[in-house]
Write a protein that binds this ligand. Structure first.
Ligand SMILES: *Cc1c(COP(=O)(O)O)cnc(C)c1O
Length: 493
């Protein structure tokens, strides 16, 4: 299986090369030349398997130069007792037609673990395939969840180091504590004076500094990123859609071949796109409902075909979805048109004019598979309260956005297709908002609220979060944006 860029069909690279590079040289994203198919017989077999084996069967056809045994080994290592539940990605039903797909049983309690527990293994295996003998140093600028998930993914992985920069004044208490207490000899965490954009621009400057790259290469290292445009992050996410479908079949709620819907809380469009690729592989899905918060660029796009990022940016209580440019949409546009020139043109429009219009024909294709809706911060709190009161089931703010959008979608359409709401974070990761949704004001430091939420709901916090208060702080340095390169230099040594 070869890969090429969404912006030029010419240069074909192997899966390993695509994963090592991350971004294509022309600025496009890597896509596979074809999407492998699963037959009804394949699905029947998948229903009998556990999560690891399902993931291996789904991923292997995309990874031509890896043997099925190698892929199985990667999946066994990525989805083991680092997860706090044997099913890895369990499906919880709350009624006859609604279930939540819980993607937050990994080491950082958010769905980014599903990809970031796999990416470092795929990356180091890819380096081996390509005969690259340099070590890889991952640089991450984070506004919260990604940094911790990347640290957990890369900690202790031979041949890698990871350095995470976070804005000093821009992450929550719990998020900061999660990062500065990270264990492992190959990790470093550093605060940056300023906001997320300052940290992000600093990392981009380091990536574009050719002299610095040359110097690091001399010392045996090259820099790479772990962000969600890497194919190695998207690919592992296809697996949980397939696995969830098998679980719904096994529950007896649907017969094999019957369709379900997925409702997905969306930011960068990576999660929902992975689901759509699963549908292309043959998974019986009727509709994907794309749920946004007040940053509802995608709601408008799916309704009108016009993508317009020139709008006010809202800080909401679902911060991991506070995004105006959904990078992975580029892959969908390429898949729907098969036209790299058109795709490149739209992306140019996004950069130069802040938007683009895909026109009637492409819009019709999008609407054939996707519906959309959005929900405000207050709406999300009300939904947390409703689901808790009616079903005794606790959800976080991101999941609540999707849950509320699903309710509105059902009212508007009367669609009774069994639907899985994709649940992307543990409610304990957003304690303060969840407590206020349940009517308890929450004016205390983040990690103290964990005990309060446990008491109130008689549920149990994930161990990685409840133990945070006792863990030793390992990283205390803070640099100005101009000092970031020197910090990387010192870390690599
Ligand atoms: C990253 C994230 C999302 C958004 O996922 P995308 O793949 O960027 O669309 C939703 N919820 C949570 C909790 C996240 O961390």
């Amino acid at each position: 299986m070869k890969y090429f860029s969404t912006r030029s069909g010419s240069e074909r690279v192997s899966a390993a090369e695509a994963i090592i590079r991350g971004l294509a040289p022309d600025g496009g994203l890597y896509v596979p030349e074809s999407i492998p198919c699963l037959s009804p017989d394949d699905f029947a077999e998948l229903c009998e398997l556990d999560y690891r084996e399902r993931a291996a069967r789904v991923m292997a056809p995309f990874l031509g130069e890896f043997t099925p045994e190698e892929v199985r080994g990667l999946c066994e290592a990525a989805y083991g007792d680092n997860f706090d539940c044997a099913e890895i990605a369990p499906v919880r039903f709350i009624d006859e037609t609604t279930a939540y797909l819980e993607l937050w049983h990994g080491p950082t309690s958010a769905f980014k673990d599903m990809a970031l527990q796999m990416l470092p293994r795929l990356l180091t295996a890819s380096l081996g395939k390509q005969g690259v003998s340099l070590g890889v140093c991952i640089l991450v600028a984070t506004s919260g969840d990604t940094g911790k998930a990347a640290l957990e993914g890369f900690a202790g992985v031979p041949g890698t180091r990871i350095m995470v920069f976070y804005p000093r004044d821009g992450v929550s208490d719990v998020q900061r504590l999660q990062m500065v207490t990270q264990e492992g000899d190959n990790v470093c965490v550093c605060a940056v004076e300023g906001n997320f954009d300052d940290a992000q621009s600093g990392v981009k400057r380091i990536f574009s500094d050719a002299a610095f790259a040359e110097e690091l290469r001399r010392r045996g290292w090259f820099l790479s990123s772990a962000n969600s445009i890497n194919w190695g992050r998207l690919l592992p996410q296809i697996a949980y859609y397939v696995s969830a479908y098998c679980d719904v079949v096994n529950s007896g709620l649907i017969i094999p071949g019957e369709s379900v819907n997925f409702c997905v809380p969306t930011g960068n469009f990576g999660n929902i796109l992975a689901g759509w690729i699963a549908k292309r592989m043959g998974l019986p899905v009727d509709r994907f409902i794309c749920a946004s918060n007040e940053n509802n660029v995608l709601t408008d796009f799916i309704n009108t075909g016009v993508y317009n990022r020139r709008r006010e940016f809202h800080l909401t209580n679902s911060p991991s979805m506070d995004i105006l440019v959904s990078s992975n949409l580029e892959r969908l546009l390429y898949f729907l048109t098969g036209d790299p020139e058109k795709t490149a043109g739209w992306m140019r429009g996004l950069g130069e004019e802040g938007g683009y219009d895909v026109g009637e024909e492409v819009l019709a294709k999008i609407q054939a598979d996707f519906s959309s809706g959005f929900c405000t911060s207050e709406g999300a709190l009300a939904e947390i309260a409703r689901v808790w009161a009616e079903h005794g089931y606790l959800i976080d703010t991101h999941t609540a956005v999707a849950s509320a959008v699903l309710s509105a979608y059902r009212c508007a359409t009367g669609d009774e297709t069994p639907t899985l709401v994709v649940s992307t974070a543990s409610p304990y990761k957003f304690c303060s908002a969840v407590l206020s949704a349940l009517g308890t004001p929450a004016g205390a430091p983040g990690h103290e609220l964990i005990g309060r939420l446990e008491g109130l709901t008689r549920t149990k916090a994930p161990v990685n979060l409840s133990g945070l208060g006792e863990k030793a702080v390992r990283f205390t340095s803070c640099v100005a944006p101009e000092g970031m390169a020197a910090a990387v230099d010192g870390f690599i040594g």
